[in-house]
Design a protein around this ligand. Structure first.
Ligand code: ADP
Ligand code: MG
Length: 268
């Protein structure tokens, strides 16, 4: 199995790429679970999930005070309180997992809004345990992370094999990638790989991949700017359910094959 966390600056395409990869891996008969770890989760709509969704499942687990209290013995942000470090999580996927298209299962995890990097509170203990537990039962665990780098200190990405960093043609997004790379090596995450997204010209592509090379992040894939995304946004649907999104899906398939080689993982 492989754990892949998708990171990068806000708006670069993390959620789109997480969703596309989840569906591509799943169609290629891997067992896939996608985790939405963004504080304002929207992976659900990019993935294209069923219409009959139980609202309780859409509420981020991290904000489910009763659940966190029941499992850890303390409320989510109970800093300084005594709480269980290995809460029960084996029923969470069945109870809260949302069935999405192509057989992808989604868990809306959310994140702790306050607390700062490195905080260790009941909600984080729960999230870490959940990630560890899930990795035992799936082929591909994809995590759509919060924008920026702060979350790297919270530990949910501690055991990922690949930190996939999405970069768009802007200096700011390269800067974020640079921070990510530095923190990742502090955490012992060896593979930090870049996907360039929203590329509009060969010149842009060259400039950005060269900057990334200097930082020491290999670019493994490039995605052009695609008008189909705008149509999907406008209609509030997953681009991967639009005919215009066929090409975008093919790209995700290609990327999934590249990641497969990078990770050398096997099916459960
Ligand atoms: N290749 C692309 N071409 C054009 N627009 C894109 C592309 N990838 C993503 N977008 C658009 O960029 C915006 C941000 O994408 P999203 O996946 O939500 O980013 P993030 O999760 O990093 O904030 C969305 O409006 C999305 O439709
Ligand atoms: Mg997002």
């Amino acid at each position: 199995m492989v754990k892949i966390a998708v990171t990068g600056k806000g708006g670069v395409g993390k959620t789109t790429i997480t969703a596309g990869l989840a569906r591509a891996f799943s169609r290629r008969s891997y067992k896939v679970v996608a985790l939405d770890i963004d504080p304002s989760p929207n992976l659900l709509s990019s993935l294209g999930c069923g219409e009959n969704i139980n609202l309780e499942h859409v509420k981020p687990l991290m904000e489910n005070v009763d659940l966190i209290r029941e499992r850890t013995g303390a409320p989510p942000e109970g800093y300084g309180l005594v709480f269980k470090l290995n809460p029960k999580v084996d029923d969470i996927l069945d109870r809260f997992g949302i069935e999405c298209r192509d057989g992808v299962k989604l868990l809306v995890v959310g994140t702790i809004k306050q607390g700062g990097g490195g905080c260790f509170c009941p909600a984080n203990a729960f999230a870490r345990r959940l990630v560890d537990y899930l990795s035992g039962g799936v082929d591909v665990l994809l995590m759509d992370m919060e924008a920026g780098v702060e979350h790297l200190g919270r530990g949910t990405t501690r055991t990922v094999e690949i930190l996939l960093t999405v970069v768009e043609p802007s200096l700011k997004s390269v800067e974020t990638a640079k921070h990510i790379k530095r923190l990742a090596s502090d955490l012992g995450i060896k593979k930090v790989l870049a996907v360039l997204n929203k590329i509009k010209s060969a010149e842009e592509e060259k400039l950005i991949s060269e900057s990334l090379q200097k930082i020491g992040i290999p670019t493994i894939y490039k995605i052009p700017y695609d008008e189909a995304m705008m149509k999907a946004d406008l209609e509030g649907v997953s681009v991967f359910d639009l005919k215009e999104g066929d090409l975008m899906f093919k790209r995700m398939e290609e990327l999934s094959k590249i990641l497969e080689k990078e990770a050398e993982f096997s099916k459960v």
